[in-house]
Design a protein around this ligand. Sequence first.
Ligand SMILES: Cc1ncc(COP(=O)(O)O)c(C=O)c1O
Length: 486
Amino acid sequence: MTDSDLDPHAALGDLDPQDWDAYSQALNRVLDSAIKKFQTASDGRVWTPTPDTLKAGFQSALPTDSLDLEALTQQILDLMPYGVGNTHPRFFGWVHGAGAPGNLLAEIAASAMNANCGGRDHVGIYVERQVIDWCRTLFDFPATASGLLISGTSMATIIATKTARDVALDFASRQHGVREARLVGYTSDQAHACLARAFDMIGLGTDALHKIACDAEGRMDLDALRQQIAQDRADGAHPFFLAGTAGTVNTGAIDDLSALAEIARDEALWFHVDGAFGACAITSPDIAPRLNGISQADSLAFDFHKWMHVNYDAGCVLIRDGEAHRKAFASRPDYLAADGTALAGGEPWPVDYGPELSRGFRALKVWAHLKEHGTEKIGRAIVANCDQAAHLGRLVEAHSAFELLAPVGLNICCFRYTAPGLSEQDLEALNSKLIEQIQLSGIAAPSSTRIDGRFAIRVNITNHRTKFEDVEILLEALERLAGDLD
Ligand SMILES: Cc1ncc(COP(=O)(O)O)c(C=O)c1O
C-alpha cells in the first residue's frame, strides 16, 4: 500500500524536494557564488544597473505551477550581480554597512530552523537575550535595561518614542491615545528624519518635534534648546522628550551627549540617543570618549547593519527602564498566554517589547558576527574609516577644483566640484550630474545632500574593505568626469 492509497493528498502537499541530492547541488551552487561574491567584493564595478531584460522578468504572471530547481537556481544566480553595491569598498553612498561572509553561516542555520522569535521557550530567545546583554555591557546600561533586535534604527526610534510617550502620560495613552496632551519633543535640525516620522506614527504629529539649530560643527545648540523648552512651557505645552544624535547623517557630528543628558535630567525629559551608526564607534577606544553621555540615555537606537557590518537587516533598541518598555507594549490575547515550563514558557517574550508578533531569528547572525570578530576588530575598522574620510577631506582642501563644504568630524566628507564663474544653480546641476556619472561608471558610488543649502557630494565611509587609495581613486575619477562634462 502506498501513501497515496491512505491519503489522496500525500503526494500533492509536500513542498520538500523530491530529490535531495539535486537540492544539495543547487544549494551548493548558490553557496559557491555567495562566497565568491564576498571574496571578490573589492573587484569590478561598484553598482551595475539592473538590465532591462532582467527587470522584465519581474513582471511575469503569478506562478501557479512549479519551476524546476535548476532553472530557479539559475534565476537566483542571475540577479546576484545587481545589488546596491555596498559590499564594494568604493560604495560611499548614504550609510550602508559592507556586510561580512560570516553571516552566511548564521543565515543558513537560521533559515533551516525557521524559528519564530516572538516568544516561547526555544534557543532563539536565549540567543537574542545574550545579544541584548552584550549591548547593555557595550553601552554601560544597567542590568534592568531591556532591548529588542528589530529591522533598524527607524523601527527602534518608533519603539523608543512610543515608550517615552506612554511614560509621560502614565500609560493611559495606550488606551485613550494622547487626547488633549500637548506633548513636545526636541532634536537638532541635523537629526535623521526617522524621529519626525516616529512622532507622526505615535500620534503626536511632526510639528510636536521641535528642531533646534546647530553650531558650526553640526551639534545641537544647547542655549537654543534651553530657550525653546522654556518658551514651550510658558506656552502651556508639555515637554517630554529630547533626542541627541551620535553621528548625524549629513556630516557625522556627535551632539554633546553628556550636556544633553544633564538638560534632560533638569527638565524631566526622556533622553533618547539616535546612534544609528555613530554609537558603534564606542568599540574604538579612540572615539569612545566623544560618545560620553550615551550610557545615560533612557533609550538608544542603533544598527548592527551599518558600522558593525552585520548583513541587512539588524537594528537594536535599548531602554533603560525595562519595566516601562514592557508596559508600553505588553498585551497578550488568551492564545498567547505564557504557560508552564514547556514550549509556552520562557518569559519574558520579545513580543511584549515591540509591535511585532512574528519575528525571524535575526539574533543569530548578530551573535555569530560578534563572536567571530569581537568588538576590537570592529572598532579598528571604524577608526580606519574615519582616517580615510579625514584623508579625503585634506585632499579636497588641497585641490583647487574641489571645495570642502563641512568639517570632517567622523566618517563623512561633504564637498563639491567647483569651476570659476558658475552660479549656485550651475554648481548644483554640475555636481548632481557628476554623482550620476560616477555611479553609472561603476568606479564609485557617493550620494548627495545639502550643507547650509548648498548641494554637496556626500562621501560616507562605513566599509571595512575601503582603503586609503579608494578615496584617491574617487577624487581622480570625479575630476576626470567633470572634465568630460565641460
Ligand atoms: C543618524 C541616522 N538615524 C537613523 C537612520 C535610519 O536607520 P535605518 O535605516 O536603520 O532605519 C539612519 C540611516 O542612515 C541614520 O544615519
